[in-house]
Design a protein around this ligand. Structure first.
Ligand code: SF4
Length: 220
């Protein structure tokens, strides 16, 4: 292998990372404009979107919000106070634990969250222009990267199929959808994998490791 090829192999991860930075900047800018036009800070907008997506039935606790968004409980508490004052969030009791406090979106908050969810549509449209094979390869690469970064504690635990107790790997003789979601009782493939599934239940560490091996995304 010549030196230019060796150098290129080493530089490729840096170039891809620079590409991720461009995408992150586009998303951040879009969220910032959307939040600002709704009279919210970026953190407040993220909380409204998270509570609307996850807490509609059971409510979300402050500690869960802080963990999911990788912010301190104090920051989450300040943002929630502002959202309650803006009548986007209400506090109440958590379903299944009458002693615990949980928050839910109001009707007004749900409408704001629906607007927020459209802020990343531009990127989904661009991804949709990749070929199906490119999309599937990208999906699996993202599952692997996110798994690695969550193992290192750099990002919050993601509610992904790869680490869910309901995943059954390689149980169908279908190349496109060889896996199974035992909760939905349906065949799934890499193209169906979720990154933030509201029904997700965390598997234990040995099971997660085994599922990663079965999916071909083992870390290390
Ligand atoms: S419950 Fe959700 S995260 Fe779990 S396997 Fe089914 S679709 Fe995936």
């Amino acid at each position: 292998m010549d030196s230019a090829t060796t150098q290129g192999a080493h530089e490729l991860p840096q170039r891809i990372t620079a590409g991720f930075e461009k995408l992150a900047l586009a998303l951040k800018t879009s969220v910032w404009h959307g939040a600002s036009s709704a009279g919210l800070s970026a953190t407040q907008a993220q909380i409204v979107a998270l509570v609307a997506a996850r807490g509609s039935r059971t409510g979300l606790r402050l500690a869960d919000i802080a963990e999911e968004l990788a912010i301190t409980p104090a920051t989450a508490s300040d943002a929630l106070r502002a959202l309650v004052a803006k009548e986007l969030i209400v506090k109440g009791r958590a379903t299944g634990d009458a002693r615990a406090l949980a928050v839910r979106t109001t009707e007004k908050g749900s409408a704001v969250a629906a607007r927020m969810s459209g802020l990343s549509t531009f990127l989904a449209t661009a991804v949709g222009e990749l070929s199906p094979a490119e999309q599937e390869a990208l999906q699996l690469a993202l599952v692997r990267l996110i798994s690695r970064l969550q193992d290192e504690g750099r990002i919050p635990f993601a509610r992904m199929c790869a680490n869910c107790v309901y995943l059954r790997t390689h149980v169908h003789a279908d190349d496109e959808r060889p896996h199974h979601c035992a909760l939905a009782d349906t065949a799934i493939g890499a193209r169906d994998f979720r990154f933030d599934c509201p029904e997700h239940v965390r598997a234990d560490a040995p099971r997660i490791a085994a599922q990663r091996v079965a999916l071909g995304i083992a870390i290390g």
